[in-house]
Design a protein around this ligand. Structure first.
Ligand SMILES: N[C@@H](CCC(=O)N[C@@H](CS)C(=O)NCC(=O)O)C(=O)O
Length: 204
């Protein structure tokens, strides 16, 4: 039994997976508590804000909100900058990934297929292309935000890149981030990071 218990859905994506990868890169053992949708619906009303992921830390209780958890792990294990003005750039990008998720999630609630398709196409041209350019501008020499070593913000950007470019969302072009070569280098660097490769090889 570890001092850390992460509770999230049983799939290798989105917010919970970002925290799993942060622990994998930091080399930290944790209880990987994976819930079915049914188990989540029973637990939902007991969760601080009714959503997952949540991290239970021995002697500190249950912590929610993905970016808060990622920053905690990042600060504890050298995966988030100590310098305030470097950190705020990482924070900016972490919040931008959350905003991207919210914009895309809003289209998932549209029931009419044609309206949904039009909303996604508009989101791609009006927002996501500009979002990618914003990310590209904030990446320095690379490969990662802080240089050679990844940070929790890089994990988040990798998850966003993977989500869109793997065709996870109908009607959002999978090549929309192709013009952004620094962003691609960062995502490739995360995908091929030894701890990430090890995490996925031990998962299957
Ligand atoms: N602001 C929260 C959002 C969490 C969130 O929306 N989680 C999703 C899964 S990625 C969820 O639990 N959805 C089910 C629900 O809200 O009922 C965070 O950043 O952690």
């Amino acid at each position: 039994m570890s001092n850390l218990k992460l509770t999230y859905f049983d799939f290798a994506g989105s917010r919970g997976e970002e925290i799993r990868l942060a622990f994998a890169i930091a080399g930290v053992e944790f209880d990987d508590n994976r819930l079915s949708f049914e188990a989540f619906s029973k637990l939902k009303s007991d969760l601080p804000f009714g959503s997952m992921p949540v991290l239970e830390v021995k002697d500190h209780g249950v912590i929610s909100q993905t970016n808060a958890i990622l920053r905690l792990v990042g600060r504890q294990h050298g995966l988030h900058p100590k310098n305030l003005f470097e950190a705020v750039r990482h924070d900016e990008l972490m919040e931008a990934v959350e905003e991207l998720r919210q914009r895309i999630s809003a289209t998932m609630r549209i029931e009419d297929a044609a309206v949904k398709k039009a909303a996604r196409q508009k989101l791609a041209t009006d927002y996501i292309a500009h979002w990618g350019a914003g990310v590209e501008q904030l990446i320095g020499a690379g490969p990662f935000l802080a240089g050679e070593q990844p940070s929790v913000a890089d994990i988040k950007l990798y998850m966003a890149h993977k989500w869109i470019s793997s065709g996870g969302i109908d009607d959002i072009p999978t090549d929309i981030f192709d013009p952004f070569t620094k962003f691609k280098t960062l995502a490739d660097g995360m995908r091929n990071h030894p701890a990430v490769l090890k995490w996925y090889s031990s998962e299957t």
